[in-house]
Design a protein around this ligand. Structure first.
Ligand code: 13P
Length: 283
C-alpha cells in the first residue's frame, strides 16, 4: 500500500460534505495514535509533520514511522508536510515521499507568495505530490490579533491566487489561530462563503484545537475539507504522561501507554466531529 494522494482525499471530502482530519505528529506514539484511530473509525486520515516536528524527530524517522503505520493500515492514509516555510525543506519532503506539502508564504507580500507557491507547485506536481498554500495569515492564538481581520483571506485575491499558482488546496484565515485560545474565536463565515464561491479547490482550516464543534461543522458545510489539529494532541499527551508519573508509574512505558491512549481519544473525537468516521469505505 502507498500513501494516498492528498488531493484524492480532499476531493472525496469535498464531494461528500465532510473534512479529513489532519493531525500533527511528533513521535512514534502520536503517529500510532493517528493511524490506529483511523483504522478503528474507518476514516481516511492525514498524518502531518510540521517543520518543528521534523526538526525534533528528523524527516527520515517520521517518514519511516509513517511507512510502518501504512503497512498495518487498510484505510487511506496521506502523509503531509505542514507549514513548510523553507523551500529546501519542502523539496526534501517531496523527494522523501510525502504525498503532500504545504508551502507557507502567508507572511509574504501577495506577489512573493505567488512566486514561491508556483515554484513549489512545479516541483511537486512533477512528482505527483499535492500542494497546499495559505493566503491571509493564520497567526498564533495569543492575546494579540486572533480577531484582527486585517490578516484574513481576501476572497477576490484568493480566486486570483489559485488561478495563478495552480495550487491544489488553500488554507484560509477566517478567525481561527494556532495554539491555546485566550478567548473563544469568532469565525467570519460570510467571508468563508465568499471565498468558497470564487474558488473551486478544497479549502483548509488551520488552528483546529479549541475551535467550537458547531463552528467547525458550519465551516465544513461552507467548503472546508481538511482541518488541522496539533496543540490538543501535544497538550493531552504531556498532561497524561505527567499524571501517570505522579500516580506512581515507575516505568516509562507505563507512562507512555496512557499518554498514547489519551491522544487517541482526542483524535477519535475530532474525526467524528468532522464527519470523517466511516468514510474510508468510499475509496
Ligand atoms: P492547532 O495546534 O491550534 O490545533 O493548529 C494546528 C495547525 O493548524 C497546524 O497547521
Amino acid at each position: 500500500m502507498r500513501f494516498v494522494s492528498t488531493a484524492k482525499l480532499l476531493h472525496h471530502a469535498q464531494a461528500n460534505g465532510y473534512a479529513v482530519g489532519a493531525f500533527n505528529v511528533f513521535n512514534m506514539e502520536s503517529l500510532q495514535a493517528v493511524a490506529q484511530v483511523a483504522e478503528e473509525e474507518k476514516a481516511p486520515v492525514i498524518i502531518m509533520c510540521e517543520q518543528r516536528d521534523i526538526g525534533f524527530a528528523g524527516i527520515n524517522y517520521l517518514y519511516h514511522l509513517a511507512l510502518a503505520a501504512l503497512a498495518d493500515a487498510t484505510v487511506p492514509i496521506a502523509l503531509h508536510l505542514d507549514h513548510g516555510k523553507d523551500p529546501d525543506v519542502v523539496k526534501q519532503g517531496i523527494y522523501t515521499g510525502f504525498s503532500s506539502v504545504m508551502i507557507d508564504g502567508s507572511s509574504m507580500p501577495f506577489e512573493d507568495n505567488i512566486r514561491l507557491t508556483r515554484e513549489i507547485v512545479k516541483v511537486a506536481h512533477a512528482q505527483g505530490v499535492t500542494v497546499e498554500a495559505e493566503l491571509g495569515h493564520v497567526g498564533g492564538a495569543g492575546a494579540e490579533g486572533i480577531n484582527d481581520d486585517s490578516v484574513y483571506t481576501n476572497p477576490l485575491l484568493a480566486a486570483e491566487f489559485v488561478q495563478r499558482t495552480a495550487v491544489d488546496s488553500l488554507a484560509v484565515a477566517i478567525g481561527t489561530a494556532h495554539g491555546v485560545y485566550v478567548e473563544v474565536p469568532k469565525l467570519d463565515f460570510e467571508r468563508l462563503e465568499e471565498i468558497s464561491q470564487g474558488v473551486a479547490i478544497p479549502l483548509v482550516l488551520h488552528g483546529g484545537s479549541g475551535t467550537p464543534d458547531d463552528d467547525l461543522q458550519r465551516a465544513i458545510s461552507l467548503g472546508i475539507c481538511k482541518i488541522n489539529v496539533g496543540t490538543d494532541i501535544r497538550m493531552q499527551f504531556m498532561a497524561a504522561f505527567v499524571e501517570s508519573k505522579a500516580a506512581g508509574a515507575k516505568d516509562v512505558r507505563d507512562a507512555l501507554s496512557p499518554a498514547r491512549a489519551v491522544m487517541k481519544e482526542v483524535i477519535r473525537d475530532r474525526i467524528r466531529v468532522f464527519g470523517a468516521a466511516g468514510r474510508a469505505n468510499g475509496f
